[in-house]
Design a protein around this ligand. Structure first.
Ligand code: AMP
Ligand code: ZN
Length: 149
């Protein structure tokens, strides 16, 4: 059994879609990714860019697959802009982990077309963070970058 067939059998809905065992409105596919319409679009035209290979989060994707997912995301954003959907803006969103609202644990990029007045609210207005805290956050991340293989 292929990895997708195994994961589909284990209940991964996106593996089932990639394996064409579950229904989807596909707009693009190649050897690395499949792009289809989100079943519960936050705005009309909301797309999901999904790697064929089953991977849960950003860190689980190999570099070539990750690069292709983002490249296709860019192409899809451009297609939306040029389509008769007439979108006026684009949000690109990744939910990586339960704390980040991930509900389908097969990595995907949301490409969300935006229309003036569409009503989708992303975030509150966070207060400015003290410089000393920003610097200490930056230090923690820089340490992790330096130790990443
Ligand atoms: P999240 O894991 O929070 O990034 O989002 C998962 C997304 O997958 C949601 O926007 C769902 O509407 C979408 N979704 C779940 N099942 C399907 C499906 N069968 N076909 C298309 N989209 C789906
Ligand atoms: Zn999967």
């Amino acid at each position: 059994m292929t990895q997708n067939a195994t994961s589909a059998a284990q209940g991964c809905i996106f593996c089932a879609i990639v394996a064409r065992e579950s229904e989807a409105s596909v707009v693009y596919e190649d050897e690395t990714v499949v792009v289809f319409m989100d079943l519960n679009p936050v705005t009309p035209g909301h797309l999901l860019v999904v790697p064929r290979e089953h991977a849960v989060g950003l860190d689980d994707l190999d570099q070539a697959t990750s690069a292709r997912v983002w490249e296709v995301g860019r192409d899809m954003a451009r297609a939306l802009r040029r389509s008769r959907m007439r979108c006026e803006g684009i949000n690109v969103l990744v939910c990586d982990g339960e704390a980040a609202f991930q509900t389908v644990f097969h990595f995907h990029l949301h490409i969300v077309p935006r229309y003036v007045g569409d009503g989708w609210i992303l975030m509150s207005e966070p207060p400015e963070r003290e410089r000393s805290l920003l610097d200490s956050d930056a230090h923690a991340i820089k340490e992790a970058i330096a130790s990443t293989d």
